[in-house]
Structure formats: structure tokens, C-alpha cells
Write a protein that binds this ligand. Structure first.
Ligand code: UTP
Ligand code: MG
Length: 579
């Protein structure tokens, strides 16, 4: 992340070095002033020059401090900007399995708060450490030229200061890690609560949610307090050490000055330099402690970066043209968690252009089965071939370009309706094509009733769509993509029967040549399919066309009878009410 910024860092540290040298020169000038100017006969005429010297040194020091701050900030902001971009890109490329098990709030926390801790590390702490080390080296070297014995006495307690810092560094790292974990938990709670706000309100569970949040928040407070107390203990404990060091140094220096071993000017300069060694070193301790937060955050960000991306373009088979759509499942088994199998022994075959319907109880594995096709997940047993080639050998990008899926839970972005429908296509599309897709999904007329038509914003800042409207827009989005294989996962479940019939008729116009998978609960939706798979508990329990399935006693026939019975009763009811 830092590549390209190394030099900016080097010059920033060099600028810090210059500013340290100016600071030390200041004490030399002070010594010269005390010893050679003050008492001399030409003092008055030399005074302006000395004053000018002090001003020049102050400007020099200030200028370089500014430059180092500017350059290190540029480097830090640049590097973290790059890191943020990279993380965003990386997170989008992680597998479904990773996203299934990672709470969104956790990812948000790491991509924001932790990245910011890293920015502070680059901007303040890394450069601050460089500054302190340089200050120490320059001043210590200067002290050595003043008096070797004094120089050595000035650093006698410094190791203790450093040891204390290391001790606190360990403590703070651990506390900070616990703190960040809790903060992530809080983000997750908040994020989930906001996404589920309708459920919370519908069940009037505000108090329960509040309790849960309060509990987590209290834990964060406790951990935050522990962390701050640890910081609070650090300062006085190192203060004592630094003061002891200063008093010791002053005492020895003063004794030497009284005995005439060093001049008064040297003593004054020595006091200044000693200060420039002791206090910054205490800062270094603080910095080391702060760095622990940067290091912890670094680890948390790295944990995401280390996750393997799901390769989009890798595959032994690199197809050139569009797929035909011949699909063969052969004894396919699949599990999400490595233990409980969700699909057992699934076998069926379909020819290009056929319509396959999946029907069965909820949780039977219908969504799971179709999710294998675009390789959202890879099957664990058996084989699936597409046009005779093992599905695993296809690059994921290709499959996802060729397969259009209308997912069971419709999701629209907070953008305009047009942008949402256009989402799946990378090419330029005319308004007519968009409208044709919307018409086929029976949503065109509805869109026209919105204030801005196709330019109406969806979501918080625009219209709130009904479940059926959302579903139909996602359908239009997939139809516009014009995929060779179309998967409709309960795509018309929130649509009334009449509209569904309209959609089905429009789809029948579009379907020729496309292999289509339809998942539905209504027999009506699936009865025209070339092949109907009846699923239960991860197994295919019946296969055949509508007529074949109706001829045999079994689940399909039972569902059909139940559904027609309900429909008949409904019709009778309506007839009696009408008469
Ligand atoms: P499915 O989601 O495939 O069922 O889950 P389905 O047939 O489509 O059901 P409906 O009609 O939409 O309701 C099949 C099984 O896989 C598990 C579920 O718990 C269910 O038992 N599952 C699903 C997971 O373990 N992890 C997932 O990410 C999704
Ligand atoms: Mg499903």
C-alpha cells in the first residue's frame, strides 16, 4: 500500500531531522550567548546578531516541522486511500461462503474504523517515532560534545522508561483488541437493527432490542474505560521516572557548574538538551502504546485481505461462444457447512431450450440446487455438466454472464429504476429495449405512473416499492441481460395470479432457445414445463411432465388436488357473494 510513497516518507523524516538539528543548535547559541556575549565588553553590538540567529533557527525549525507534517500526511492519506479501495474491491470478490458467515457490521467496522487507525499510524505515529529517535540521537550527540560524563548520566533512567512503555504496550494491545471487537459487535447490532427495523416495529420489540443494544454498549463502555485507565496510569508512572531523570541530571550538572568543571552557559545548554531527550522519550513510550492500536487494526484488516478471493476468470475450460444450455446433474450432493447434506443424489438432465420446474416444500433445497449453476457454491459430490463440460471447469465470470438469475429475495439499489434495470448489462442499451424488458415483466405501466417514470429513485430518497413491484423490476433486470440460461427463483411469488399469467405469456414468447429453471409453489406456474422435479428434504422424489405426474399417485398429484380444491372453494364463495 505504501509503494510510491516511500520517498515521501524519507523526505518527511529528513525534514524532521533538520528541525531537530535546528532545535539543538538553539542550545548551542544559548551557551555562546551566556558564556561569550553576556559578560563581554562588545555585548551590546553583538546582541542583534544573536537575536537574529535565534529567529533564524526558530524559522528553520518551524519550516521543517511544517514540511514533515505535510509530507507524512500526504503519504498516509494516499496509502490509506489505496487501502480502502483495495479492501472494497477485495470484499466484493470474497466467496458467498465467506459473506454467509461474516456479519456486515464487522466488515464495515474493519473497512472504516480500523483503516482509520492505520491512517493515524502512518500519519502520526510512524513519523512521530522517527522524530523522537532523531531528536534523541542529535541531542545525545550534542551532549557528548559538551561533556561525556553528563551525557551518560542523562540517559541512565531511560531504559526504565522504555521498559515501562513496553509493559504498557502489551497491556494496551490486548485491551484495544477487546475494545475493537466489542465495537464491531455494536456496529453489527446497529446495522442489523436498522435493516430489520420493520420487523422490530411490527413485533413492538423496541424495548427488547434496546436492552440488547444497551448490554453491548455497556460492555463497550467498560472496555473503553479499561483502555483509558490504562493510558491514564501510563502517564504518571513515566512522569515520575522522567522527573527523577531530570532532577538527577540537573543535580550533577549544577554541582559540576558550581565546582567550575563546566561553564554556566554549558549548564544552561545542558538543561535544554536534557529536556529534549527525556520528554520526547516519554512521548515515544506513549507512541509505542498508541502504535499497538495501529498494529491491532492492521491485524484485523489483514485478516480480510488474507481471505482468498474467489477467482472469476480461472477455469480449465475457457469457452468462446455462448452456451447451448444442456445440463446434466449426476448424483450431486452438497452441504453448506461440511456436515449436514442439503442435496442428496440429485440426477436429471435437460436439453437446450427446455423449461425445468422445481416444486416442493420449503427448505427442500430448490434455491440451493439452482445456486450451484452460476457456481455461487460448488457441489461436493457427483458431477454437473453444462454442454458436456464439468461445471467446475468453467470460469465463474462466464457462467454468471450466461446465466441470469432472479433471486428469491429481490434486492434493488438506491438508484433510479433505469439504473436498476440496466444493472446486469455492460453494453449500451436503447430505451426501447429497457421498456421491452419492463413490459415482459409486466412493470412498464406501473413505472410510468411514478413521478419521474424510469428516472424515479428507488429506496430512501425515492419511491418505496411494493414486494411485487420489486420482484418485477428484478425480473426486468434479468430479462434485459438476455441470458442463455434463465433461473426464476420464486420470481412471481408476490405477484397476483392475473399479472403472473401476463408475465408467463410474455416469458413464453421469450423462452424459446433458452434453458429455463422455474421454482414456484403454484402448480399453475410450473405445469407447462418440459420437466418437473418434485423435491423434498434435499431429494428429488418425482420427475416427469405435468401429465405424467398427474397419472401417478404421489406428492405432485396431492399438491395439485389441494390447490385446485382451494381455488374451487374460493370461486364458489365469490359466486355466492355475488349472487
Ligand atoms: P433452500 O434455500 O435451498 O430451500 O434451503 P428452498 O427449497 O429454496 O426453500 P424455499 O421454498 O425457498 O423456502 C435448503 C436447506 O439448506 C439450508 C436451509 O436451512 C435449508 O434447510 N441452507 C440454506 C443453509 O444451510 N445455508 C444457506 O445459506 C442456505
Ligand atoms: Mg428458495
Amino acid at each position: 500500500m505504501l509503494s510510491g510513497y516511500h520517498w515521501l516518507y524519507v523526505v518527511a523524516v529528513a525534514a524532521v531531522g533538520f528541525s531537530a538539528v535546528a532545535r539543538t543548535a538553539f542550545y548551542y547559541l544559548l551557551r555562546y550567548f551566556t558564556d561569550d556575549v553576556l559578560g563581554s565588553e562588545t555585548a551590546v553590538s553583538r546582541l542583534p546578531w544573536v537575536a537574529l540567529g535565534f529567529i533564524a533557527l526558530a524559522l528553520f525549525q518551524g519550516g521543517f516541522t511544517f514540511l514533515s507534517g505535510k509530507w507524512s500526511a500526504e503519504a498516509a492519506e494516499g496509502a490509506t486511500r489505496r487501502l480502502r479501495d483495495y479492501l472494497y474491491d477485495h470484499i466484493q470478490h470474497l466467496s458467498f461462503t465467506y459473506h454467509d458467515k461474516t456479519p456486515t457490521g464487522e466488515l464495515i467496522q474493519r473497512a472504516t474504523s480500523d483503516v482509520d487507525a492505520l491512517r493515524r499510524f502512518y500519519a502520526d505515529q510512524a513519523i512521530g517515532a522517527g522524530r523522537i529517535i532523531l531528536l534523541f540521537l542529535v541531542n545525545f550527540a550534542a551532549l557528548l560534545t559538551l561533556n561525556v560524563r553528563l551525557a551518560l548520566i542523562s540517559i541512565i533512567l531511560i531504559p526504565l522508561v522504555l521498559l515501562t512503555s513496553v509493559f504498557f504496550f502489551r497491556k494496551v494491545s490486548q485491551l484495544y483488541e477487546e475494545f475493537q471487537e466489542q465495537e464491531a459487535k455494536l456496529s453489527t447490532t446497529l446495522q442489523e437493527n436498522l435493516s430489520g427495523i420493520r420487523v422490530v416495529k411490527a413485533f413492538a420489540r423496541q424495548a427488547y432490542e434496546m436492552d440488547k443494544f444497551e448490554g453491548d454498549n455497556f460492555e463497550r463502555y467498560t472496555r473503553g474505560k479499561r483502555l483509558l485507565i490504562m493510558h491514564a496510569v501510563y502517564w504518571p508512572s513515566t512522569d515520575i521516572l522522567v522527573f527523577a531523570q531530570l532532577i538527577l541530571g540537573y543535580f550533577v550538572g549544577a554541582t559540576m557548574a558550581i565546582n567550575g568543571i563546566i561553564t554556566v552557559g554549558t549548564f544552561i545548554a545542558y538543561m535544554g538538551m536534557l529536556n529534549m531527550i527525556a520528554w520526547p522519550l516519554r512521548q515515544l513510550g506513549r507512541l509505542i502504546v498508541d502504535m499497538s492500536t495501529g498494529i491491532v487494526s492492521f491485524g484485523r484488516v489483514l485478516a480480510i485481505i488474507r481471505e482468498d478471493r474467489e477467482p472469476l476468470d480461472v477455469g480449465q475450460h475457457q469457452p468462446t461462444g455462448p452456451v447451448h444450455g444442456e445440463i446434466v446433474f449426476d448424483r450431486v450432493g452438497f452441504h453448506y457447512d461440511g456436515e449436514t447434506a442439503v442435496l442428496h443424489n440429485i440426477s436429471f438432465r435437460c436439453q437446450p431450450g427446455q423449461v425445468i420446474a422445481l416444486i416442493g416444500s420449503t427448505g427442500a433445497g430448490k434455491t440451493t440446487l439452482v445456486n450451484l449453476l452460476p457456481r455461487f457454491y460448488d457441489y461436493n459430490e457427483g458431477s454437473v455438466t453444462l454442454d458436456g463440460v464439468e461445471l467446475r471447469d468453467y470460469p465463474r465470470r462466464y457462467l454468471r454472464q450466461q446465466i441470469g438469475i432472479v433471486q428469491q429475495e429481490p434486492f434493488l439499489f438506491s438508484r433510479t429504476i433505469r439504473e436498476n434495470i440496466l444493472y446486469g448489462v455492460g453494453r449500451n442499451v436503447s430505451d426501447e429495449e429497457i421498456e421491452a424488458a419492463a413490459r415482459a415483466a409486466a412493470i412498464h405501466e406501473v413505472i410510468l405512473t411514478f413521478p419521474d417514470g424510469y428516472s424515479t429513485l428507488v429506496g430512501e430518497k425515492g419511491v418505496t416499492l411494493s414486494g411485487g413491484q420489486k420482484q418485477r423490476i428484478t425480473l426486468a433486470r434479468t430479462l434485459l441481460k438476455d441470458p442463455r440460461i434463465l433461473i426464476l427463483d420464486d420470481a412471481t411469488s408476490s405477484v397476483d395470479t392475473e399479472t403472473e399469467t401476463a408475465i408467463r405469456e410474455a416469458l413464453e414468447q421469450l423462452l424459446p432457445g433458452r434453458t429455463t429453471f422455474i421454482i414456484a409453489h403454484r402448480i399453475q406456474t410450473v405445469m407447462n414445463a418440459d420437466l418437473i422435479l418434485v423435491m423434498d428434504k434435499g431429494n428429488i422424489i418425482q420427475t416427469g411432465t405435468h401429465d405424467e405426474l398427474m397419472a401417478a399417485a404421489g406428492t405432485y398429484q396431492r399438491i395439485f388436488n389441494l390447490q385446485s380444491q382451494i381455488e374451487n372453494e374460493l370461486e364458489e364463495d365469490l359466486a355466492t357473494t355475488a349472487s
